[in-house]
Design a protein around this ligand. Structure first.
Ligand SMILES: N[C@@H](CCC(=O)N[C@@H](CS)C(=O)NCC(=O)O)C(=O)O
Length: 209
């Protein structure tokens, strides 16, 4: 098995935290995104989407999506469950995970990639080049503000994002908030519940992954 990673990127960190929570280690190859190694023919032969993370299984099968990779490890290594244990938990974790991704992660990505000078002509990850649209950066910042507000309200009523148990929804939310902080969009002071949760999940050893 081989895990294609990049230590500075949020999406592969999602998988690294997931693996750390399960106590799994996988042989890892670093892909140098700073020098566009993901766009080389050699890496595109591994992942035509030209993104990390990617996981290559021993039989040659490749899984080219962070959550796809998590689904695989959850199935072969069910303990501790990070995608829900009961039917209800599984449904709630999937719903929150997708919501955080859609309204949080994609919003930060929109803000960051449409404004960072080093990403000119690379406003979206993947094999195609897209120009930055400054208005999308502005809209992304507004969406992140709404996301923080929504998460603060959710975490006022729930210990973790999807309920009383830590799950992959917390992992997606953690990498999203840390990505926002890096994009100079810190959690506003007044969002005490979101800050409580962020301190709590950041203190887990897996957060260092
Ligand atoms: N389908 C992928 C997308 C992952 C993704 O967007 N990865 C980014 C790093 S966070 C990437 O590889 N970017 C390469 C680029 O910007 O060209 C997933 O969610 O696993």
């Amino acid at each position: 098995m081989k895990f294609y990673d990049c230590t500075t990127a949020p999406s592969p960190r999602r998988v690294r935290i997931f693996l750390a929570e399960k106590g799994i280690t996988v042989p890892t190859v670093q892909v140098d995104l700073r020098n566009n190694e993901q766009l080389t023919p050699a890496f595109r032969a591994i992942n035509p989407d030209a993104t990390v993370p990617a996981l290559e299984l021993d039989n040659g099968t490749r899984i080219n999506d962070a959550i796809g990779i998590c689904v695989y490890f959850e199935a072969i290594h069910p303990q501790p469950p990070l995608m829900g244990a009961t039917a209800e938990e599984k449904a709630l974790v999937a719903s929150w995970q997708r919501e955080v991704e859609r309204n949080g992660f994609y919003a930060v990505m929109e803000a960051f990639r449409n404004s960072t000078p080093g990403l000119k002509g690379r406003a979206l990850p993947g094999p195609h080049n897209y120009e930055q649209i400054p208005a999308l950066a502005e809209r992304g910042r507004l969406r992140v503000a709404h996301f923080f507000q929504h998460m603060n309200a959710r975490l006022a009523e729930s210990e973790y994002v999807a309920g009383p148990r830590y799950s992959v929804a917390d992992i997606t939310a953690l990498i999203t908030v840390d990505f926002a902080i890096r994009a100079k969009l810190p959690i506003p002071e007044e969002f005490a519940h979101l800050r409580r949760w962020h301190a709590q999940v950041s203190a887990r050893p897996s957060a260092k992954a």
